[in-house]
Design a protein around this ligand. Structure first.
Ligand code: HEC
Length: 130
């Protein structure tokens, strides 16, 4: 038992390994990178809303069918699922992808590689679902 715990602790310190997502870190990243459009409470009412031709999505309603679509949200943040509003082929927040790597599983089991920062933001968004 003890050696298992030690192994887990050692694995947690290896760079590049997926750690648990941290919604508190995600909240701070959201306020910095996303709130100007999506609003401080993620309801789509940020100060830039009035100058955008497409309204920023209300991100508190991503779980409308009862499940938070974690991997879809990750793809929309990291730019794989391209949104013109996020800069299209030139993502506005590409630098958050430079954080250490993280992996989560798609519902079908496929590993999705992303960055810890993207995962943290998605975890924060999961906490604001209504
Ligand atoms: C320049 C303004 C702007 C910024 C900054 C921005 N977004 Fe968006 N975002 C939008 C707009 C506008 C849409 C709606 C796009 C559409 O409907 O085609 C959108 C859509 C989304 C969606 C898809 C919602 C859905 O219904 O599937 C997600 C998720 C999202 N944004 C997350 C984020 C996150 C997380 C950040 C910060 C890392 C961010 N956005 C930063 C403008 C922005």
């Amino acid at each position: 038992m003890r050696s298992v715990l030690k192994l887990a602790a050692a694995a947690a310190m290896l760079p590049g390994l997926a750690l648990a997502a941290d919604p508190r870190a995600g909240r701070a990243l959201f306020q910095e990178n996303c709130a100007p459009c999506h609003g401080a409470t993620a309801r789509g009412d940020g100060p830039m809303r009035d100058i955008l031709s497409v309204a920023p999505a209300d991100l508190t309603r991503l779980s409308e069918d009862g499940v938070f679509p974690m991997t879809d949200v990750v793809r929309r943040i990291d730019g794989r699922d391209m949104l013109l509003a996020h800069g299209g082929p030139m993502p506005l927040f590409g630098y958050i992808l430079e954080d250490r790597s993280a992996v989560i599983d798609d519902p079908d089991g496929t590993p999705i590689f992303t960055s810890q920062a993207v995962l943290d933001i998605a975890a924060f968004l999961e906490t604001v679902q209504e």
